[in-house]
Design a protein around this ligand. Structure first.
Ligand code: PLP
Length: 436
């Protein structure tokens, strides 16, 4: 390490030798905002601490899982106790049913659940299950929605694919890509036209319950219900991807803010992030008739050495048991305060923007005041160059934002007055940086 090199930079130099881009997940590389990524060595409550000992207010929250904040005592205790009983047994455990129960009690239409290890595995299995159940090949997805890195759903995907301005991914065969119909989000006419042409071959529509990987986009009122009705009118299924929104925007995810009031449920859900509290677990769940098509009761194969891992189950149970109404009220209130402060700062700096919301999730989109963002084309057309300076100004002031304009900002139950004050104090300079 040179005299002027920080510990972060030294770690990054080493990591770049050892891992593609120095990272194990692309957006962590700061590619779209520039600069060196921070290497995080510790986290506590609403804060993360980097290798140079700088503490930041964390608005990434592990990309969602840290709903209660970092190192919540109940989760720490449950995990330590589980570790002391053994890491993995490769056999069923009582806690798998306990976590399934907690999910089913909160979210409508979850008769059965299958635990997997990542959100990608959950959506991959949900798509295979929908194909196996319907005997059809095609899947409809929306441009800008991200469902993990399974081959068939990388076309026009959000998250890191959007951040890197990729149309999809190399390595996906043309035959696989041809089995996905990519449609514009919030566009009912496009969906009706796709079903009019291909309805008999469509196995499922998969959609983020509320998109948050092209920045946040608000589903137009009744949009998800319309998707279910259209799918069912043609013998197809609806898969609601709640990997990001599940147990974050309400006790029952975005379905809790929409389907619950409207009185409908999808055929399948996918969950992740919050249900593992930071350990690798995810799940798919839904109607018994569909879920029982999974092995061993049905012909659709799926398995996992670490599925339902006991330490991850303990973490998830502790998280959901502590995700009370007060937690959601707190995060909702903090989100509203932060959006107000952000708007005030950007207005004062004369920046053109809109703030997109889905429950307590939100993101900022620059240069979109006139029309907001209703689909991926509008998300991509924004003045994304303003985000890098904004991001770095916040970072300098001790606030760790997602290093991409196409990601949501995450709050937690641990974001207290002191943490919020620090964010508010950082905003005016960042807004001025965005303006220039
Ligand atoms: N679905 C959605 C909506 C997501 O946001 C993500 C990840 O960000 C995934 C699926 C994939 O989850 P994982 O990264 O755990 O594979």
């Amino acid at each position: 390490m040179s005299a002027t090199q920080s510990q972060n930079e030294a770690y990054y130099a080493t990591a770049q030798q050892l891992m593609p881009g120095g990272v194990n997940s692309p957006v962590r590389a700061f590619g779209s905002v520039g600069g060196s990524p921070r290497f995080i060595v510790e986290a506590d409550g609403p804060y993360v601490t980097d290798a140079d000992g700088r503490r930041y207010v964390d608005l990434v929250c592990s990309w969602g899982p840290a709903l209660l904040g970092h190192r919540h005592p109940a989760i720490q205790e449950a995990v330590h106790a589980a570790v002391d009983r053994g890491l993995s047994f490769g056999a069923s455990t009582p806690d798998e049913s306990r976590l399934a129960q907690l999910v089913a009690q909160r979210v409508g239409g979850v008769d059965r659940l299958r635990m997997v290890s990542t959100g990608t595995e959950a959506t991959m299995t949900a798509v295979r299950l929908a194909r196996g159940y319907t005997g059809r090949d095609l899947v409809v997805k929306f441009a800008g929605c991200y469902h993990g890195h399974l081959d068939g759903l990388l076309a026009a995907a959000g998250s890191g694919v959007a951040t890197m301005s990729l149309p999809g991914s190399a390595g996906v065969t043309a035959a696989t890509a041809a089995e996905t119909l990519v449609l514009p989000y919030n566009d009912r006419a496009a969906i009706e036209a796709a079903f009019a042409e291909h309805g008999q071959n469509i196995a499922a529509i998969i959609t983020e319950s509320a998109p948050a990987n092209m920045g946040v986009v608000t589903p137009e009122p009744g949009f998800n219900r319309f998707l279910k009705e259209t799918a069912h009118a043609h013998g197809a299924l609806l898969i609601l991807d709640e990997v990001l929104t599940g147990f974050r925007v309400s006790d029952a995810g975005y379905w809790g803010l929409s389907g619950r009031q409207e009185g409908w449920t999808p055929d399948l859900y996918t969950f992740g992030k919050v249900i593992g509290a930071g350990l690798p677990t995810a799940a798919l769940g839904g109607r018994a008739a569909v879920m029982d098509y999974l092995a061993p009761t049905g012909p659709v194969y799926q398995a996992g050495t670490l599925s339902g891992n006991p330490v991850a189950m303990a973490a998830g149970i502790a998280q959901l048991e502590n995700a009370t109404a007060d937690v959601y009220a707190h995060i909702d209130a903090r989100s509203a305060e932060l959006q107000r402060a952000l708007a005030d700062a950007l207005d004062a700096a004369g920046v053109d923007y809109s703030i997109q919301t889905a429950g307590n999730l939100f993101s900022v989109a620059f240069g979109t005041r006139e029309h907001g963002v209703r689909d991926y084309a509008q998300a991509q057309a924004q003045e994304s160059f303003r985000y890098g300076p904004f991001f770095h100004s916040m970072l300098e002031s001790g606030v760790y934002l997602p290093p991409s304009v196409f990601e949501a900002w995450f709050l937690s139950a641990a974001h207290d007055d002191a943490a919020m004050e620090r964010i508010f104090a950082a905003l005016p300079a960042a807004a001025r940086a965005a303006a220039s």
